[in-house]
Design a protein around this ligand. Structure first.
Ligand code: MG
Length: 243
């Protein structure tokens, strides 16, 4: 491969993955395949604004109260549960989420990445902490469903990806060899949980929200563009039956 600049060279080096050792790819959704901008706008702006308008609080007061609630449950299944928030906040949360749905979009590099994975014969599974209704809304507003056949919301297991019991249950449900599996997620505590379970290959995202600055990630290989991988993915197809 020819590099256009030294920076380019380091970008590809830092995201190095041994694709010939990877048969299965488990993928997060929000911030990994879809732009996290939608979720950030909804939870950090739209929702506190709605609650402020209803209660007569200032936006600052509404945000302080709401973010304190977030902090209490962050990383648990409740944090990802729309039924929990509908009840806690006494609001039609799906109706509110639909108001921002024009912001739901795939990353530009998602389809080339998924297509390369599929063509190369790799097993591709979406594993999201998104609530089933949130997942359905994302599928309604993107082409994601045309490019991934297996999709799992962790709500069916009652625990999110932060918990070892999720990985144990997922391993029962989807047969994958952890030492030949790549897991891609923008959430670092979740990547740590997957690593603890024994998933050997891990990849993080430098730019989960298109409207925010790139992040510096040092604990895991990280990418800002999946298209850096497509040639190598296609050059190392999985030999069916030899896994
Ligand atoms: Mg994510």
């Amino acid at each position: 491969m020819l590099y256009e600049s030294l920076l380019d060279f380091w970008r590809v080096r830092l995201s190095f993955l041994p694709w010939n050792e990877i048969d299965t790819v488990l993928l997060d959704m929000d911030g990994t395949l879809l732009d996290l901008h939608y979720d950030n706008v909804f939870w950090m702006n739209t929702l506190p604004e709605k609650l402020a308008a209803r209660s007569g609080q200032t936006l600052a007061q509404s945000k302080a109260a709401l973010f304190a609630r977030y902090e209490k449950v962050m990383g648990t299944i409740d944090w990802y549960c729309l039924d929990y928030w509908a009840e806690q906040l006494d609001i039609d949360i799906m109706a509110a989420k639909r108001e921002d749905q024009h912001l739901i979009r795939m990353r530009d590099d998602t389809i080339p990445f998924l297509d390369a994975l599929n063509v190369s014969g790799r097993e591709v599974v979406l594993v999201t902490n998104a609530h089933p209704e949130a997942l359905a809304l994302k599928l309604e507003n993107t082409e994601l469903g045309n490019h991934i056949s297996q999709m799992i919301s962790t709500h069916e297991f009652g625990v999110p990806k932060e918990y070892q019991s999720l990985w144990q249950q997922l391993h029962q449900r989807v047969s994958f060899n952890p030492s030949r599996t790549l897991f891609v997620d923008d959430n670092l505590p979740i990547l740590n949980a997957a690593q603890t379970f024994g998933i050997k290959h891990l990849l993080s995202i430098i730019n989960p929200d298109s409207q925010k600055e790139d992040r510096t990630i040092t604990d895991f290989p990280a990418t800002a563009d999946y298209r850096d991988f497509t040639n190598e993915i296609l050059a190392t197809p999985v030999q069916k039956g030899k896994q």
